[in-house]
Each structure stands twice: as C-alpha cells, then as structure tokens.
Design a protein around this ligand. Sequence first.
Ligand code: SAM
Length: 196
Amino acid sequence: MEWNQRYAVDEYIYGTEPNAFLVEHAAMLTGPVLSLAEGEGRNAVFLASLGLQVHGVDGSEVGLAKAQALARSRGLEIQTEVADLGVFEPETNFYGSVISISAHLPSAIRKQLYPRVERGLKPGGIILLEAYSADQLPRDTGGPKEPDMLMTRAKIENEFPNFEPVLLRELEREVCEGSYHTGLASVVQFIGRKKA
Ligand SMILES: C[S@@+](CC[C@H](N)C(=O)[O-])C[C@H]1O[C@@H](n2cnc3c(N)ncnc32)[C@H](O)[C@@H]1O
C-alpha cells in the first residue's frame, strides 16, 4: 500500500504537533472521538492529552504503529484500528465527536462513509473536518492531485445534509504540518452538529 511506503521512515511525515484548526476548536469536542484517517497519531495523541478517549482508524498499519509509539512516548493511551474507510462501520450512536483532518477520499468512498459516520455520532455530536479545497489544485504545498478528492463548501453541504453548520468556510492559511504539508494552502474547514 502506498501509505505504508510513505510512512516507512523514522520521521513523522506530518509532524507530531496537532493540526492547528483542531487545536483551535478542541474545547468543543466530547468523547469518545472517532478520528478518520488518523495516520501517524499526532491528532489522536493531542486529544488523548486533553483526557478524551480516542479511536483512530486508518488503512495504514505502519502509520498506526507510529501513532501507538507516539502515544507511548507521551504516557498516553489511544485506540487504533486498521481498516479501509470504504467499508468501516462505526458503532451506532456511540461517538461524541468525529474528526477528519486531511482525510482525502474519493467521492465514492465518502458517499458510503459519511452516512455511517452520522449514524455513529450521538445526537448533538460534532464533526470537525479540515481538507484541502479545490483551489489547492495548482499549488505544490500539499494535498492530492485528484479534483474529486478535494473539498468545497458545496460538497460539504451536500455530503452532510443532516448537520447544522457551526462553522463552514474556505480560506487560505499557512500550513506547517510536516514535510508533505507546508506552505500557503487553500482549505475548507467545517464544524457541524448532528441534528437531534
Ligand atoms: C494526508 S494523510 C493524513 C493523516 C492524518 N489525518 C494527519 O492529519 O496527520 C491521509 C491518511 O488517509 C489514510 N487513508 C487514505 N485512504 C484511506 C482509506 N480508504 N481507508 C483508510 N485510510 C485511508 C492514509 O493511510 C493516510 O494515513
């Protein structure tokens, strides 16, 4: 798998510091937290350091082994699960929050996953998502090169119809999150509350 190869280095390629948008809004989150495409653990470990129970899911066992090593190095515990998000079924009505940080997926997978994520959240539960936007395509500061995997406000509105938007914006920001995500970038940020 391509991601296992990318992660098979000592360096944490997205760094060990959490995503800036997550840090800014972490106080809104309640546990348990499901982290989609957790990768090497920087966000899960940050949330665990706040006392939240975290379940990080990713297709890369190499990434998640690094996530567990990062948690151990900080004396924290996180739960990790190797799974393909195209078929992953979160427990129903279980999570207080879901995070999706740079979890770029083809629309065919998002179509399957997001309704399941919605079922996995308790009523009133929060999703917090940051992804590169369609405007990121010409830049070389990170993100996939397939337009289908890049997000827009309109895609968010269509794909999360049963969430009340707390925040939904497209903006440019300086990203400094490891060697693959560095420089001025166009992103979409979304916080939605599952309607009761
Ligand atoms: C850009 S990395 C982001 C990692 C992490 N969220 C972060 O911000 O540091 C994208 C992650 O998506 C995972 N991924 C991609 N497609 C996946 C799929 N179909 N199922 C599970 N994980 C997937 C990769 O293994 C990789 O860890």
